[in-house]
Design a protein around this ligand. Structure first.
Ligand SMILES: NC(=O)c1ccc[n+]([C@@H]2O[C@H](COP(=O)([O-])OP(=O)(O)OC[C@H]3O[C@@H](n4cnc5c(N)ncnc54)[C@H](OP(=O)(O)O)[C@@H]3O)[C@@H](O)[C@H]2O)c1
Length: 277
């Protein structure tokens, strides 16, 4: 079976560099999709309280027949649970809903610049970590200014920052900030929900290498050192997206794909996103 590289996080815990995302997979389809991913060889699943499918992710993990220690499961704190006691209650709910023992990583989903105080939320996350029920704590959608405030006012450095990255939004400055502080970067919407797959630069590299545009794009993330978890409910694509380790991109290929950056987001901008508006 394909060996997916493991990235060592700042507390020594390893995370598979390639995983499977379940955003927008309806609960009734999630168990089957995750089982297909686990049968294919994925050992890292990315869910969130907001996705409404933690229960079905947990069912698939339990039904897979794999040892729990072989699978890395991430979930994320919902935006309405930032107040520290609410965050603790929400974390306990995630543990119960997943029902797979510990959770491998738990992240603050959004920094919420307009409501709540994510520094106080982070202190609650530090307590969760000390409880031993989560192996890794981190953040998502944090910009350098959010991270600076967090680092100046806390004890534990986040192990992960999960942000939108794809060839049209390469995020070089934020990735450099993460790297400087030993925070591993995770790329969400890695194929821009399909928007980059028809790009002539990507299709011509794919044709030359005999791979698909999705494989070339995902390999670009892997070669840049980021952690990536494409989503698909289509079994053939789940397999295609896992088949990344029998070819290499040249430095020129990587540079050409990186040069496609247009700072174009598919999702919300963390500096303006206000879920209460
Ligand atoms: N932290 C955050 O705020 C945040 C935000 C968004 C996403 N995420 C995480 O990142 C994961 C991935 O992001 P995403 O789901 O937004 O987008 P994505 O993985 O970039 O793209 C998923 C879309 O591309 C299609 N697709 C997948 N593989 C394909 C292939 N090989 N060829 C052609 N089309 C393909 C899928 O269709 P089918 O499913 O129909 O096959 C789906 O429509 C999410 O599932 C979630 O875990 C996190």
């Amino acid at each position: 079976m394909t060996e997916v590289p493991s990235i060592s996080l700042n507390n020594g815990v390893g995370i598979p560099q390639l995983g499977f995302g379940v955003f927008q997979i309806p609960p009734e389809d999630t168990r089957a999709a995750v089982l297909t991913a686990l049968e294919t060889g994925y050992r890292h699943i990315d869910t969130a309280q907001m996705y409404g499918n933690e229960r079905e992710v947990g069912q698939a993990v339990r039904d897979s027949g794999l040892d729990r220690t072989e699978i890395f499961v991430t979930s994320k704190l919902d935006n309405d649970a930032h107040e520290p006691e609410a965050a603790q209650r929400a974390f306990r709910r995630t543990l119960e809903t997943l029902d797979i023992g510990h959770v491998d990583a738990f992240l603050i989903h959004w920094p919420l610049p307009k409501i709540g105080d994510f520094v106080e939320t982070w202190h609650a996350m530090e307590e969760m970590y000390r409880s031993g029920d989560v192996n890794v704590i981190g953040v998502s959608n944090f910009q350098p200014h959010h991270l600076r405030r967090l680092l100046d006012n806390s004890t534990i450095v986040p192990a992960l920052n999960q942000i939108e990255i794809h060839p049209y939004l390469t995020q070089d400055e934020l990735r450099a900030f993460d790297a400087e502080h030993e925070i591993a970067t995770q790329a969400w919407s890695p194929i821009a929900q399909g928007a980059v797959l028809g790009d002539p630069v990507i299709t011509s590299i794919a044709e030359r290498l005999g791979k698909t545009p999705a494989q070339v794009t995902l390999r670009w993330h892997i070669d840049r050192g980021d952690i990536v978890f494409p989503k698909s409910v289509t079994p053939a694509r789940v397999k295609e997206n896992f088949d990344l380790f029998d070819f290499a991109l040249s430095e020129d290929d990587i540079a050409q794909i990186s040069a496609l950056n247009r700072n174009e987001r598919r999702g919300f901008d963390p500096d303006t996103f206000n879920p209460s508006s």
